[in-house]
Design a protein around this ligand. Structure first.
Ligand code: FES
Ligand code: FES
Length: 172
């Protein structure tokens, strides 16, 4: 037997009201109920980062989170970051640096990296840099560590790193 529940959250600035099986993940709610297929399903087990979205400013793996837990939350997917006519600076940098091959991991990489730069700005420490305020500059090691949950099967890592580094330097 399945239980249905109502949930209301905003996705890319628009309030969405859904009635879902309580076991529906946020990922399936986005892809199958709201038809926002930019967010990808890789492993469905929290191990690849393809499903990364930004919830109230923090990145999460949407496959690990139940949609009904997000009542009132503000969710941003890759569709909400920019459009083909008006790319987000991170999207533009990924194109400039060839930060993808097949592109399957790319929406997650981009959502994750946008949130990473916010984490750094907010001084949230990682394993690499315990005290960011003491760091004069964001190092490649720092970005690599923070992006380690986003797997790229095509191995585009060095170009991804170049893209994120450029945006980080511009923001510094
Ligand atoms: Fe969510 Fe892989 S699909 S982490
Ligand atoms: Fe193919 Fe990353 S570009 S998985």
């Amino acid at each position: 037997a399945s239980a249905m529940s109502k949930v209301s959250f905003s996705v890319n600035g628009e309030v969405r009201d859904l009635e879902l099986d309580t076991r529906t993940t946020l990922l399936d709610a986005l892809r199958e109920h709201l038809h926002l297929t930019g967010t990808k399903k890789g492993c469905d087990h929290g191990q690849c980062g393809a499903c990364t979205v930004i919830v109230d400013g923090r990145r999460i793996n949407a496959c690990l989170s139940l949609a009904v837990m997000h009542e009132g939350d503000a969710i941003t997917t890759v569709e909400g970051l920019g459009s083909p006519e008006n790319l987000h600076p991170m999207q533009a940098a990924f194109i400039k640096h060839d930060g993808f091959q097949c592109g399957y991991c790319t929406p997650g990489q981009i959502c994750s990296s946008v949130a990473v730069l916010e984490e750094i700005k907010a001084g949230i420490p990682s394993h690499v840099t315990a005290d960011l305020t003491a760091a004069s500059q964001v190092t490649p090691e720092e970005i690599r560590e923070r992006m380690s949950g986003n797997i790229c099967r095509c191995g585009a890592y060095s170009n991804i790193l170049d893209a994120i580094t450029e945006v980080a330097e511009r923001q510094a």
